[in-house]
Ligand binder design. Sequence first.
Ligand code: NAP
Ligand code: GCO
Length: 266
Amino acid sequence: MSVFDLFNLEGKVALVTGGTHGIGLAVGKALGQAGAKVCVNDIDEAKLASAKKEYAEAGIDVYTLVFNVTDEKDVDAGISKIEKEVGTIDILVNNAGIIKRIPILDMPVAEYKQVIDVDLIAPFIVGKRVAPGMIKKRAGKIINMCSMMSQYGRNSVSAYASAKGGLKLLTANMCCEWAKYNVQVNGIGPGYIATAQTAPIREGNHPFNDLVMTRTPANRWGEPEDIGNAALFLASKASQFVNGHVLYVDGGILANFGYVKGENQI
Ligand code: NAP
Ligand code: GCO
């Protein structure tokens, strides 16, 4: 098989949740440009309509569908519609996610639960609904969008880190239960990526920007396309023996304890 065939997704149906902008949009474009029929989900109809045009400008005709990934009935109806109108899902990217930056002592339990619902329970709901089709086909790829917060905590992101830490091990458990059916389940752990989600801690000379720039050996914020490229690898035949793994795409931040300011690092 040629290297081009390894990354050729023609004939595959891919679902990207939260695929209308940011990382999800970059993932959808990467999979679409490799030939997959991309189904884009979001919770907002208007964002889906706008995203459809953006995908079309990239030469990708996407199938769009509104459903709330936290609502089991909504997910079942959405996946059933895709299976009927497009086909069995071969590639699932559980990308939809939210973050709430609130210190534990100030965080209402309801808000903690909301983050857990979207970032951890929703990948369980969607994965559980999509997997039977992959198991029947004896082939499938599931990519759960984890985070470097699957490994680290930091002030104010307890709910998010709890969810993303759990998602790392949900990924491992999906692997353990479904690998025998030739379903590969992996995570991607982005570092700090320039999207709407990080805009509040990146723009307007926010001090967190300095932290990211000094903690990241690549000395830059990641771009959504950096994650799209990693997703293409995990969605392709090139990763058939990669399973239960979280691929960190973080510019080296997890490898780095940190730098002192200035040139002298010894
Ligand atoms: P984003 O710009 O906030 O996009 C998140 C997407 O998820 C949006 O399209 C959003 O739709 C959708 N979504 C939220 N709740 C949903 C629901 N209940 N049902 C369906 N869709 C829902 O975030 P991003 O930066 O692109 O991040 C995408 C994923 O990567 C997230 O899981 C995030 O945790 C993860 N991640 C991001 C970074 C980073 O630095 N940016 C780093 C590590 C991991 P609406 O906009 O319509 O609400
Ligand atoms: C934050 C950021 C991070 C990133 C990402 C890092 O407030 O620390 O939003 O959580 O989104 O998850 O991998």
